[in-house]
Design a protein around this ligand. Structure first.
Ligand code: NAG
Ligand code: NAG
Length: 324
């Protein structure tokens, strides 16, 4: 399944005394160029352009760009795992991991580089930052290897992680269904892909209501049945509980807006109302409607995370970098 990590934001909050800035690194997945509000501003006034403008609602992302820097000549690899392996290792994807291989693929003759993801002998950005005194956290999609503990976020320098290993999972059931990963894996796509580690625990996420019978019976039973809600809560929790005497590196890695196209119904109604208020016609395509609602969900979550960081560290300079 083609998966493009298309958008990166970096928000830097500068603590009053410490020289090292807090870094909130936000990565969006499969985010279309035309689905960003700022790219809709100069599109002309044809009916199609006006409809596009009405359907694309990203006020928080737009505000970050308006107050920061938009790097619109930044290039990234065209699919998920190479892009993520590249970001984590600081090397060009072609030197790390050029394909989205199945997580179970393995070359027994090469135990260092013969697994999916980043070769074991490479150093990651979180290891470097941890050595420099940072508290390091990753929330959300990993997709840079899981063959051994060394390949996982724990082995790559993250103090804590809460998220999933593979290209995608089901936003509700957290299982690696075929329509999410595009492949049949060794577990016949039955694996629940939602795990975590912290200082005292490493293993599956067990305490999430999202895996409860209530959510299984009714996806809308609780907001936290939806995976992105769990991620957002975790991000806010990390920021709120961070001790600002240390610098923080928080990598907020969205599943959004990668397939499967799934979003709580309330967000479909929300985007419908916003399109109408902006003078647009109702969506004529359900997939575009889902995608627009998922984009809106991500934008709102980014707004909450950036607000939390500003509140934590009053008077920070927030500098977003965006690459498409
Ligand atoms: C990592 O190991 C591979 C063999 O699997 C070797 O070819 C490569 O040079 C090593 N790279 C680093 C950065 O040590
Ligand atoms: C680690 O996570 C487990 C499981 O959620 C939790 O019970 C425990 O309190 C956490 N430990 C720390 C140090 O946060």
């Amino acid at each position: 399944m083609a998966s493009l990590a298309a958008l990166t934001f970096v928000a830097l909050g500068f603590p009053a005394l410490a020289a090292k800035p807090h870094v909130l690194f936000i990565l969006a997945d499969d985010y279309g160029w035309g689905n960003m509000g700022v790219h809709r501003r100069d599109g002309g006034s044809s009916p199609e352009e006006m409809q596009g403008k009405a359907e694309v609602q990203t006020p928080n992302i737009d505000a970050l760009i308006d107050n920061g820097v938009l790097l619109d000549r930044h290039y990234t690899y065209k699919i998920c795992s190479p892009t993520r392996s590249s970001i984590q290792s600081g090397r060009l994807a072609v030197h790390v991991n050029p394909i989205n291989s199945a997580v179970t693929s393995q070359n027994y003759d090469d135990p260092v580089s013969g697994y999916a993801g980043i070769p074991r002998n490479m150093t990651g950005i979180a290891e470097k930052l941890r050595d420099a005194g940072y508290r390091t956290h990753l929330v959300g999609k990993w997709d840079a290897g899981m063959a051994t503990p060394e390949h996982t976020p724990k082995g790559r320098g993250y103090d804590t992680w809460y998220g999933y290993y593979q290209h995608a999972n089901d936003y509700w059931a957290k299982s690696t269904v075929f329509f999410a990963t595009g492949e049949v894996d060794a577990c016949l796509n039955k694996m629940k892909d939602i795990s975590m580690h912290n200082a005292t625990y490493s293993g599956p996420v067990r305490d999430a209501i999202s895996l409860s019978a209530a959510c299984k019976d009714d996806e809308e039973a609780d907001p936290s049945c939806y995976e992105e809600y769990l991620f957002k809560e975790r991000v806010l929790d990390i920021i709120q509980n961070h001790d600002v005497k240390d610098p923080m590196f928080l990598f907020y890695s969205f599943h959004l807006i990668h397939t499967p196209l799934q979003v709580p119904k309330a967000w479909l109604h929300k985007i419908d109302d916003m399109v109408k208020a902006a003078g647009g016609k109702p969506f004529d395509d359900q997939n575009r409607r889902l995608y627009a609602a998922m984009t809106l969900y991500m934008d709102a979550a980014i707004g909450e995370a950036v607000d939390a960081l500003k509140k934590k560290d009053p008077g920070p300079r927030v500098t977003p970098h965006d690459n498409v």
